[in-house]
Design a protein around this ligand. Sequence first.
Ligand SMILES: [Zn+2]
Length: 426
Amino acid sequence: MPTLLKFLLVFLLLAAAGTTWAQAPATAPAPATAQPAFDVEAATQAYLSTLTPAQKASSDAYFEGGYWLLLIDVLYAVGIAAVFLGLGLSRRLRAWTERLPRRFLRTLAYAAAYLLLAWLLSFPLAVYEGYFREHQYGLSNQRFGQWLSENLTSLALNVVFGSLLILALYAAIRRAGSRWWVWGTGIVGAFLVISIFLGPVFVSPLFNKYTPLPASPVRAAILRMARANGVPADNVYLVDASRQSKRISANVSGIGSTIRVSLNDNLLRRSTPQEVQAVMGHELGHYVLNHIQKMLVFFIVLIGLGLWALDWAFTRLVARYGPRWGVADRADVGGLPLAVALLAVLSFLATPVLNTIIRTQEQEADMFGLNAARQPDGFATIAMKLSEYRKIDPAPLEEALFFDHPSGHTRVHTAMRWKAEHLGEK
Ligand SMILES: [Zn+2]
């Protein structure tokens, strides 16, 4: 096959060269001016100006508030560590778990109790961010009871799987000493792969219902596009995201046999068939370009760096303040609140890097989607609709630091450039 491919390529190159040399004078391509004039910048601006000043102000405020929340979240995480270490909560918790007969039980009990108490302490901030703020900007469909019950479901999952992960990490610390972070990277990586694999099958159905797309001309167009790009039609689902939110969205989740594309019902309800196709083209891009698998590789490298940095900072802080906080060394589970706070600080510092990795994939999926769906105007109008929850026209540096998706401006511009360069094609 590769030989055939090489032969074909050489043949095509020769053929291309041949036509250029031999036929250039006879059949010069039609000059670009034969096409109707299309000004990419003007078309982009025309789309951007469809947002009213009030809509723009609200979307800017919502998104920029998110920048401050990044900072507030990390300060809050440090505050929680201070309650555990400075006020002696950790010491008391460890004394209480010390009565248990086996070391692994003590570690497990401390970890579970820590996760529960940390959840309680961060509850006020979580209610503001996840409930009140979403309602304030008209993005949520949830009543408080429903929000709370979902939050408790996540808590249960976090306590069970979080304590097991913590137990595994402390086992690595006790076995490998200062090299634990190498083992730790493998352990966290394995948890990550397992949770991505199980997510769509066991976790997401706890919060939403996933069904096959209802029969419609839109469905036919979507499945046609999916098959044309090598994605099996059974791997496309509809999710009732309107249970929680008004947001238009779609995503790819799972890995291996559980990988799937999910379109949310807000998207199907609030969008034109052209817009749905544009979004579906983007999601197919994630699927076909193996973005989840590539992201896993990036994440595992970042986790390795993060755990190494965590150990570096932890060792220095405990050498100095350990006696005051009642933390003996890295193998002492009483130091867990410090480790979690340090991880919060490190991931805060890594935010621009993470955002840029994700945003780059998103941009690739945008390009793929434009080529697959060939709906530049549908793509542009949907990019405008997403301005409900994403600032539409940030400064370039702001986009580089804070955006995990291209901004509306970037997306509309990409679509209009594609349109300009494909005018008149069928
Ligand atoms: Zn995407």
